[in-house]
Design a protein around this ligand. Structure first.
Ligand SMILES: *Cc1c(COP(=O)(O)O)cnc(C)c1O
Length: 437
C-alpha cells in the first residue's frame, strides 16, 4: 500500500489506507483525507438508473479504494455492507426523502459501521493478534458499531456507555448481542467514556498487549460508505433538468462531508443544505465567516447535539479554506426544538408521513431553501433515523406514536448483559485483561 492519505493540518507524514483507518486520527491531531479523488466514469453516472444499489456502491468504492484493495475484496466488503435498501420516497414534486433507516439499528450509521468493521477485519487479517476496538457512545453510535462488528472474525469490541444516561432501547441495542461484543457500563458521563478511550489508546501497557483502535465517527472508513447512497439517491430521481440539492440533518458533519466527496467524484449536486438544531456552529459560520463553536446544548434531535463538529475541518480543506467557495456549495439553517415539533407535524398533516426529529430539521431546511431559490431545484432530504427510535418526541408533535418495527420489538425480550466499571483507566485495563483471556 502506498501512502496516499494526508492530514488536514498537513503536519503528519502521509499514511497508508491501513494506517489511516486503524489510527483514525493523525499524529498532528487532525483528520485524514486522500490526497486526490478519482472520478467515477462519466458514462456510469449517465446510466446510473440502470444499476442496483450494490452495483453503484461497488463502482463508487472502486473510485475511492481500488488503488489499495483488490476488486474482489472490495466487492465482498461492499456486498456485505449493502444488505438493505435505501429507497427514495417522493413527498411532492420537489421534495423527496431518502430513507436511510432500513438497517439493523434503524439509523444511517449502520452503513458506516458495517463497512468499517469489514474493512478493518480485512486490513488486520494477517496479524496474529485480534483487533481490539474501543468505542465510547452517548447512545446511537454504540448500537450501530456493536451491530456492525457483531460476529466479524478477528475483532473484539468493547462499548463504553454512561450508566443510566442512555435510553433503554439504546442500552438494549448494545448489551444484548454477546459474542465478540462486550458492554462496559461506566459509572460516569459520556465525556468520561470518551476520555477513557483516549487514555487507553495512549497507554503503553495496553499498546504492548493489544492491537487497539477506536471506531468513532472521525474515521474515514465510516465516511466512504455514506458516499454510496448519494449516488443511489440520484439513480432513483426523475431528473427533469432540475438542479439537485441534498438536505442533510447534521451534527458532526460526517454525512454532509460524504456528500461533498460524492460531488468530487463527479455526481452533479448543485447544493448541500446543512440543517442543524441550535448547535449551529456551521450555519453561523456560513452566515458570518467566523467559526465559533459553543458548548453543546441538549435538544430533541440528540444525535446532532455537537457543539464542535469534527468534520468541519475536512469541509474547509476541500474548499481551500475559502468561505466564499464553501458557500457556493453549502447553505445552512438551524432550528429550535419547537420548530422541530412543528416540522414533524407539518409533514404528517401534509403527506401523512412520520419523520423523526432529526429528519424533520432537514425537511424544514429543504422547504426554506426551495422557497428562496429562483432557479428551480428538487431536493432530496436524508432520513437519518426511523421515527420509532424517538417515540415520545413524535407523540408530542402529532399525538400518536409511530409503529414499532419488529427489530425493536424483539429487543424487549432479550437479556441485558453489561460489566459495570468505574470511570478510571485502571478499572478499564483490569477488565480488558480479564475479558481477553
Ligand atoms: C449521527 C446522526 C446525525 C448526524 O450525522 P453527522 O454525520 O454526525 O452529521 C443525524 N441524525 C441521526 C439520526 C444520527 O444518528
Amino acid at each position: 500500500m502506498e501512502p496516499r492519505y494526508v492530514s488536514t493540518k498537513g503536519k503528519s507524514p502521509k499514511a497508508t489506507l491501513k494506517e489511516a483507518v486503524l489510527n483514525a486520527l493523525a499524529d498532528d491531531g487532525s483528520l485524514y483525507l486522500p490526497q486526490t479523488f478519482k472520478r467515477v466514469p462519466r458514462e456510469f453516472i449517465a446510466n446510473l438508473s440502470s444499476y442496483n444499489f450494490q452495483e453503484i456502491a461497488f463502482e463508487v468504492a472502486k473510485a475511492l479504494l481500488a488503488d489499495d484493495l483488490e476488486e474482489s475484496v472490495l466487492k465482498e466488503i461492499v456486498n456485505e455492507t449493502i444488505t438493505f435498501d435505501a429507497p427514495l420516497v417522493q413527498l411532492d414534486k420537489k421534495i423527496h426523502v431518502l430513507e436511510l433507516f432500513h438497517g439493523p439499528t434503524l439509523a444511517f450509521k449502520d452503513f458506516g459501521a458495517r463497512f468499517m468493521a469489514r474493512l478493518m477485519a480485512h486490513l488486520v487479517k494477517d496479524e496474529s493478534r485480534p483487533l481490539t476496538v474501543l468505542v465510547a457512545t452517548s447512545g446511537d453510535t454504540g448500537g450501530a458499531v456493536a451491530q456492525g462488528f457483531w460476529k466479524v472474525p478477528g475483532i473484539q469490541v468493547y462499548v463504553l456507555y454512561p450508566s443510566g444516561k442512555i435510553s433503554e432501547l439504546q442500552e438494549r441495542q448494545i448489551t444484548t448481542l454477546g459474542e465478540n461484543i462486550t458492554a462496559f457500563e461506566v459509572a460516569g458521563t459520556f465525556d468520561d467514556c470518551q476520555r477513557l478511550v483516549k487514555k487507553a489508546l495512549l497507554d503503553p501497557d495496553l499498546k504492548e498487549n493489544f492491537s487497539l483502535t477506536c471506531a468513532n465517527s472521525i474515521n474515514l472508513a465510516r465516511l466512504y460508505p455514506q458516499v454510496f447512497y448519494y449516488f443511489y439517491a440520484y439513480s432513483q430521481l426523475d431528473l427533469r433538468n432540475l438542479s439537485i440539492a441534498f438536505s442533510v440533518p447534521s451534527g458532526n458533519f460526517g454525512n454532509l462531508t460524504a456528500g461533498l466527496i460524492a460531488k468530487k467524484l463527479g455526481l452533479p449536486i448543485a447544493r448541500f443544505l446543512a440543517a442543524t438544531n441550535v448547535n449551529d456552529a456551521v450555519p453561523r459560520y456560513l452566515e458570518t465567516s467566523h467559526f465559533m463553536p459553543k458548548a453543546t446544548v441538549a435538544t430533541y434531535s440528540n444525535a446532532m447535539d455537537v457543539g464542535h463538529p469534527s468534520n468541519f475541518e475536512r469541509m474547509k480543506h476541500f474548499y481551500r479554506y475559502s468561505h466564499f467557495s464553501l458557500c457556493q456549495d453549502v447553505w445552512g439553517k438551524s432550528y429550535s426544538d419547537k420548530m422541530t415539533l412543528q416540522g414533524i407535524s407539518a409533514v404528517y398533516e401534509k403527506y401523512n408521513y412520520i419523520m423523526d426529529p432529526h429528519s424533520a430539521i432537514g425537511y424544514l431546511a429543504a422547504q426554506r431553501f426551495l422557497e428562496k431559490q429562483r432557479k428551480p431545484h428538487q431536493c432530496v432530504c436524508l432520513e437519518t433515523a426511523h421515527p420509532a427510535k424517538f417515540p415520545s418526541v413524535v407523540k408530542e408533535a402529532i399525538g400518536v406514536e409511530p409503529e414499532m418495527p419488529l427489530v425493536l420489538q424483539e429487543l424487549e425480550n432479550k437479556e441485558k448483559e453489561s460489566i459495570p466499571i468505574n470511570s478510571s483507566l485502571a478499572a478499564l485495563k483490569e477488565n480488558l485483561f480479564t475479558h481477553s483471556q
